[in-house]
Design a protein around this ligand. Structure first.
Ligand SMILES: [Zn+2]
Length: 274
């Protein structure tokens, strides 16, 4: 079984013209896949680096362009996603664990595979290298790749925010922090499904929350409510205090635990309510 340490760069929506809109089914469009293949002894046995031509967000978002230094002219020479992911799949082989720095890249990889209807890549074995590092150092905040590379005194010979060099650095970190006795491989796909269930459950609970007046602490009837993805808004008026109250509950995700965080705020009725 090989470890596929990968990193992605993606382009995303930017409003260049009036009337431009984002595609709700593809938030981050992959424009570069970089990966390093390690064998069971964590020796490098392969490299993958491919630029991908975007078809949804064809023009580079200026913020992304500044960060990753890939312009529109370069990216249009890239490989179409389906061809790229097919060669990636062929390259990773059959026995693999996907590994990356944090969760963003595996989320985006999955999102792009779903969007382009590519279903031959499996997400049932995943290692979050950032999480291993955080556990090792008892960190609660997610550290940046750059600072960890520096902290572990890994030679910095190539620029960050390039998919291949970030994958290379992540693999270097992996080699330094991976403990073979640790059971760090997660069934990412299963965890995702469990999370979705958990969120549904919490959404149902959120709809039942009551709001109370920050002035007197008493329950206040709701005179309006809106549920948005992981957020719930309710409005009320405390007659006793003559206060308008806006309640916000949201589903928070922290250290793998989901919870509901609620706030009651006083607001002026001339404020625009969202
Ligand atoms: Zn009150």
């Amino acid at each position: 079984m090989n470890y596929i340490v990968f990193d992605l760069e993606f382009n995303m929506f930017f409003k260049f013209n009036e009337g431009d809109s984002a595609n709700p089914n593809l938030k981050n469009e992959i424009i570069q896949i970089g990966a390093v293949k390690l064998n069971e002894k964590l020796e490098t046995i392969g490299k993958f680096d491919l630029l991908i031509r975007p078809v949804i967000y064809k023009r580079m978002n200026p913020y992304v362009k500044r960060k990753i230094n890939i312009n529109t002219r370069r990216v249009i020479q890239g490989t179409p996603f389906i061809k790229a992911i097919e060669s990636f799949k062929a390259w990773v082989g059959n026995e693999y664990v996907l590994c990356s720095w944090g969760h963003d890249d595996i989320l985006a990889l999955r999102e792009n595979c779903l969007f382009f209807e590519f279903d031959s890549l499996f997400f049932n074995k995943f290692i979050n290298i950032q999480q291993i590092y955080m556990n090792l150092k008892s960190l609660s905040k997610q550290p940046k790749l750059e600072s960890v590379v520096e902290g572990l005194e890994i030679a910095m010979n190539s620029p960050f925010h390039d998919a291949f060099s970030d994958a290379f650095y992540t693999a270097e970190i992996f080699r330094k922090v991976f403990d073979f006795s640790d059971d760090v491989i997660i069934n990412w796909e299963k965890v995702q499904e469990e999370n979705a269930l958990k969120i549904e459950e919490l959404k149902m609970q959120i709809d039942k929350v009551t709001i109370c007046c920050p002035g007197c602490g008493e329950l206040v009837p709701k005179n309006g409510e809106v549920t948005k993805r992981k957020k719930y808004f309710a409005y009320g008026h405390c007659v006793k205090c003559d206060l308008h109250i806006r309640h916000i509950s949201r589903i928070a995700h922290d250290h793998g635990e989901y919870s509901i965080i609620s706030n009651n705020n006083i607001y002026n009725t001339d404020e625009v309510t969202d």
